[in-house]
Every structure is written in structure tokens, then in C-alpha cells.
Design a protein around this ligand. Structure first.
Ligand SMILES: C[S@@+](CC[C@H](N)C(=O)[O-])C[C@H]1O[C@@H](n2cnc3c(N)ncnc32)[C@H](O)[C@@H]1O
Length: 212
């Protein structure tokens, strides 16, 4: 298996990790914690409020017990895909749940065009086959649908890919934008900086599914 997936322009060592064991071991026990400061969560929720219209069908990729969606907004569907069933069960926003190790099986168990938005919060640094995963994101998005990948500076260091740890902020933003550009079917990536003062920073890269 090539870690970055077939057709990846990146060298395999970019995607090596200190802990190369199967992810199911690391994510075996639920972690019912938050991974960014409260002000940063608020900034992410604000970004979702602006970009995810009510009644949208949303996929929360690499989800856990919180999705950070605005509590007052109703969505038609919030599907959650992550590694830990207990975390997903504890997430009250999810309407359906799937456990899948995207590094072992980088496909999404959803039909073509079935979501208006796919969000991925503070987790992209754990993907070892990102181009394959974002190609799948592109596939499951409806025409005009939004892919929104957000990240901060915290991470589980043993599970983050080598290139993420080697890069500074601007290059991490560029790396994620490159993932989206290489996925196919997504438009020009847009970079958003919503870092609150005095709290964990927040950057997002967004791209829209091209119309058919
Ligand atoms: C730092 S947590 C972030 C959780 C959540 N998105 C949030 O904003 O709080 C990282 C998440 O990535 C998910 N994850 C890590 N490796 C994964 C993999 N190989 N396949 C699918 N999900 C993965 C885990 O289930 C975990 O919930």
C-alpha cells in the first residue's frame, strides 16, 4: 500500500507517523474532551453559521462527540464519520454515524452527491491518504456543495503525519489547499483565518464542488 495513495504527487515519507500502528488502537477508548479553546470553538461555530445554510445535508468527517455546529440551526442531516463509536453515539447533533479508518479504507460509505457540505475539524493532520479521501469528499458533495477543512496548531503528535509537523502555518494552509486542488471536482480553494485573540488559532480552507 502506498501511504499517500495511488497517483499522489507527494513522497511517501511525508505521510509517515511516529506511531504507525493501526489507528483503531489509538482511538479505542473514547476521548470526550475538546481539542481547541472555547473561543476557537466559538469562531468555528460562527464560520459554520455563515457557510452552512439551515436544512443543509452535512457530513462531519473525522467526527467525535461534538460537531461545533450552531445549536440554533436545524440541518436536514448531520452524518458523522470517525474512529470511535462511543464518541459518535455521544454526539447529539448526528443523525447517522459511521466508524471507518480512512487511513486503511479511504472511501466514504455515502452515495454520490448526497451532501451540501462536508466539514472536517481539527483532524486533517491525521490523514495518510488525503488525496483519496478528498476525492471521495468531492464525489459525495452535490454540485455547488462546500468542503470546509479547519485546523489549529494542536495535535496528537505521534499520529500526525511527518510533513504536517515539519511545516509552519502558511505551508500547512498551502498543503490543505493542494489536497483540495488535487482531489478533482472542487473549485479554487479559499483560505480563511478566524484566529481569535489570545486563544488557539483557527484556519480553514474551503472549496466548492463544481456544478455538473
Ligand atoms: C482531534 S479529534 C477531532 C474531533 C472533532 N472533529 C472535533 O472537532 O473535536 C480527531 C478525530 O479524528 C478522527 N480520526 C483520526 N484518525 C482517523 C482515521 N484514520 N479515520 C477516520 N477518522 C479519524 C478521530 O475519530 C477523532 O475524532
Amino acid at each position: 500500500m502506498t501511504p499517500a495513495g495511488s497517483g499522489s504527487p507527494f513522497p511517501p515519507h511525508f505521510f509517515q507517523r511516529e506511531d504507525a500502528s493501526a489507528d483503531r488502537f489509538f482511538y479505542e477508548s473514547p476521548r470526550l474532551v475538546t481539542h481547541i479553546d472555547d473561543a476557537t470553538i466559538e469562531a468555528l461555530t460562527g464560520l459554520y453559521r455563515e457557510t452552512l445554510p439551515p436544512s443543509s445535508r452535512v457530513l462531519d468527517l473525522m467526527s467525535s462527540w461534538v460537531s461545533h455546529l450552531p445549536p440554533e440551526v436545524e440541518y436536514a442531516r448531520v452524518a458523522g464519520l470517525g474512529m470511535n463509536a462511543d464518541e459518535l453515539r455521544a454526539n447529539p447533533r448526528l443523525t447517522d454515524r459511521a466508524v471507518r479508518d480512512l487511513n486503511a479504507e479511504p472511501t466514504l460509505p455515502y452515495e454520490d452527491g448526497s451532501f451540501d457540505a462536508v466539514v472536517c475539524a481539527v483532524s486533517v493532520q491525521y490523514l495518510t491518504r488525503p488525496i483519496e479521501v478528498f476525492a471521495e469528499v468531492s464525489r459525495v458533495l452535490a454540485p455547488g456543495g462546500l468542503c470546509l477543512v479547519s485546523f489549529s496548531h494542536r495535535m496528537f503528535p505521534t499520529k500526525a503525519i511527518a510533513i504536517w509537523k515539519a511545516l509552519g502555518v502558511e505551508d500547512r494552509v498551502r498543503l490543505v489547499a493542494t489536497y483540495l486542488a488535487l482531489a478533482g471536482g472542487l473549485g479554487e480553494p479559499l483560505v480563511i483565518d478566524r484566529s481569535p485573540a489570545g486563544a488557539d488559532p483557527l484556519w480553514a480552507v474551503a472549496a466548492q464542488r463544481a456544478g455538473d
